[in-house]
Design a binder for this molecule. Structure first.
Ligand SMILES: O=C1O[C@H](COP(=O)(O)O)[C@@H](O)[C@H](O)[C@H]1O
Length: 245
């Protein structure tokens, strides 16, 4: 999606239906990219997204997907140890990664021994190495890394990743120490990276999130832009919404 409002919007009656559709969408994209280039780079969010991904680690997908081609990243992470209940890595490990044979060397968690700024720099350096070794491509349009699929959630305040209202940055990975949603210290991909992805799935579930998602769908031109309204994609974008709009 290169312009706001050009994404495909799917609205589901239930979170169960959303989850079934998200599994097919993710598995189909993994298959497409794996056949085209032998790898699939996917970026996870924390929060409710991991629960919504549950069907992809169940039959038929769990057996049909070629997990050996997957490279897994995080769009944002809390600066806590990997075994902490607030860790997005732990959430993804418990609900997703522990159920599939993705090679541990292709799972790129943040360095949890570093403080926020160091962890953000370290993750950006890791991405730059992976660009050099052609694991991650670069967007010809933006010069930023181009992941195959960015799986985004959205908070009730309209935040995506750990990009809260008023946040701007031209780095690949940045950090915050004052997140309005606990825990306060986080690292996060920036909008140029998010918006350079080949595909972006914005997975939003629940009536409480109906109002902030309107700008992302191009339905509300007048209100102040929320972070979710700044999400675009370079290619086909899938936005799954199960709330009343
Ligand atoms: O703090 C975070 O919140 C958002 C949204 O979470 P949700 O539980 O409301 O879906 C999440 O996408 C992000 O990765 C996480 O760090």
């Amino acid at each position: 999606m290169s312009e706001k409002g050009k994404g495909k919007v799917e609205v589901f009656d239930s979170e169960e239906d959303l989850s079934v559709s998200l599994a097919k969408y993710t598995a189909d994209l993994a298959d497409k990219f794996s056949k085209e280039k032998g790898s699939f780079t996917v970026v996870l969010s924390g929060g409710s997204l991991i629960k919504s991904l549950r069907k992809v680690v169940e039959p038929p997908y769990v057996d049909a997907v070629d997990w050996s081609t997957w490279h897994v990243f995080w769009v944002d992470e809390r600066v806590v140890p990997k075994d902490h209940d607030d860790s997005n890595y732990k959430l993804a490990f418990d609900g997703f990664l522990s159920k599939v044979p993705i090679l541990p060397g292709k799972v790129y968690a943040i360095n949890d021994a570093l403080p926020a700024e160091g962890a953000a720099d370290d993750y950006e350096t890791c991405l730059k190495h992976l660009v050099k070794s052609n694991v991650i491509s670069v967007s010809a349009a933006t010069g930023f890394p181009k992941f195959d699929l960015m799986l985004l959630g959205m908070g009730p305040d309209g935040h995506v990743a750990s990009l809260f209202p008023g946040h701007e940055n031209e780095k690949w990975v940045t950090f915050i120490k004052d997140s309005p949603k606990p825990p306060p210290e986080r690292i996060t991909f920036t909008f140029p990276v998010i918006n350079s992805s080949a595909d972006v799935a914005l997975v939003v579930c629940g009536a409480g999130k109906a109002s902030p998602v309107h700008p992302a769908l191009g339905n509300d031109q007048n209100s102040d832009p929320l972070p979710v309204g700044l999400v675009f994609g370079q290619g086909y974008s899938f936005q799954a919404v199960s709330c009343m709009l």
